[in-house]
Design a protein around this ligand. Structure first.
Ligand SMILES: [Zn+2]
Length: 231
């Protein structure tokens, strides 16, 4: 789950939370803050603490972007009292909290329990995962598009990796063109963490991905683009 840095509130006050949408788009790009899917239609302002349960309607610190699949599963799960029972992409190093082996998201239990033997962080990561049903594999009549779209991104990332490796001995200009092509594909397909996983051994691409997805929290990654092992 891509960790993001929203920065300072870009507005003093707004009347309707929908007015925050262009700011969120600019800061974070049009991706769901939870599942990382590109939001192609009707992005939704997502309230971290649910608006029906005491969450501030318009305060910048309570807003991120959500897709309809994550939003509809989250519903009104969060309150001011249980917010700390979850990990949040604008607050925590959510990059270290989930693995995307073979393109499928799983809670990174071993690393989380190594970093926090009390298992509290693992539980928070699991709560967030369960809240939005991040690992949902849709059955009949379930219109959830996160799984098939994530698989498509994974497939394209694998092909992109092969193409990138094939330019290793080519003139630098070819490599740069291929890098540009890969970043264009990745930002169009979304699922940042899937690309970061597939390109794990390619620091040049990792750093280009971090720089190209708006709002990615740089401090969660080291200089070679690998996720820092910190909470
Ligand atoms: Zn989503």
């Amino acid at each position: 789950m891509r960790p993001v840095d929203k920065g300072e509130s870009p507005y003093e006050t707004i009347k309707e939370y929908e007015e925050a949408l262009p700011y969120l788009e600019e800061k974070l790009g049009l991706y769901c803050s939870y599942c990382e899917m590109p939001i192609k239609h009707a992005p939704e302002v997502e309230h971290i603490v649910s608006k029906s349960r005491g969450g501030d309607l318009t305060d910048w610190s309570n807003l991120i972007l959500g897709c309809k699949y994550c939003n509809s599963r989250k519903l009104a799960a969060t309150t001011p009292h249980n917010k700390n029972d979850y990990l949040w992409p604008d607050d925590d190093n959510t990059a270290i909290a989930y693995l995307y082996t073979n393109g499928f998201p799983m809670v990174n239990k071993d690393i989380l329990n190594e970093l926090d033997p009390t298992e509290l962080h693992f539980k928070k990561a699991q709560n967030t995962y369960d809240m939005i049903k991040l690992g949902n594999v849709p059955q009949k009549r379930d219109k959830d598009k996160r799984f098939p779209q994530r698989n498509m991104a994974y497939h394209k990332a694998l092909i992109s990796l092969k193409n990138w490796q094939n330019t290793k001995d080519a003139p630098e200009t070819y490599q740069n063109d291929m890098k540009e092509q890969i970043i264009m594909t990745a930002t169009a397909e979304g699922f940042f963490s899937v690309w970061m996983t597939v390109f794990y051994d390619e620091p040049e691409i990792l750093n280009a991905l971090i720089a190209s997805f708006p709002g990615t929290k740089r401090s969660c990654y080291d200089e070679s683009g690998k996720i820092r092992k910190v909470l």
